[in-house]
Ligand binder design. Sequence first.
Ligand code: GLP
Length: 270
Amino acid sequence: MSLYVVSDKEELTKLAYHMILGVIHSKKEVTLGLATGSSPEGIYEMFRKSRPDVSHVTTVNLDEYIGLPADHEQSYAYFMKTQLFDHLNFKETHIPDGMNPDHEAECARYDAILAANVPDLQLLGIGNNGHIAFNEPVTDFELRTHVEELTQDTIDANSRFFETPDEVPTSAYTMGIKSIMEAEQILLIAMGTSKAEAIKAMVEGPVTEAMPASILKNHPNVTVLVDREAASLLEAVQNSSGGCGGGCCGDHHGSDNHSSGGCGSGGGCG
Ligand code: GLP
């Protein structure tokens, strides 16, 4: 896992955008795994402004609330359509169907899509409780697409997007950890102090199903891009007098979790 601490959200967004663009330009056929939430919004804005050709790019999204139709303003289908899909010429886009009442059939349908479209790069945010996609603690690392009951933490965090907390869906279809780990490359982004504890646990803690994002340490090609606030609880940041703005980097591997100090092989951060 290569960790990069940058000074702010703007710098983080630009780096992430250029890294994704590099993947888009790297091959004739590309699959991108995309994420929702506020963290990637700046990246999608950059896509809307520069409108690169993506006619060779297929996208697969991580998750969708169960019970929200695609035209509901808080559905992830609506988010993706308005933020990105309406503005660029993607070849194909895929997202779980939150209105399919047959959970088994929907999970099988989505797993077939994922089997045929393994992401060259999977973009991830992280929940305050360390979830990735909607894989909540304690998650089974072996699961593929499944229905996840959302934790109260997640319902509370996501209630900011709904008029009343009662409207927040309590379950979701989510890509499982097993599929996320099959992506060729993973880019996790996090900004703000609300993510600091999750980032610390992911980077410095053990690989455990109680901290879903910790599994990423077992993936061979993960870049973690965080701003100073999200990095504020990391030992390397706390021990450095001037803070780590502008490129405090390290490699963090598996359960031994060492830090090399120098810049790792993140690809795209320089
Ligand atoms: C949701 C999504 C996650 C996302 C997380 C963080 O729960 N299912 O994929 O990473 O929120 O969202 P935000 O970026 O808004 O903090």
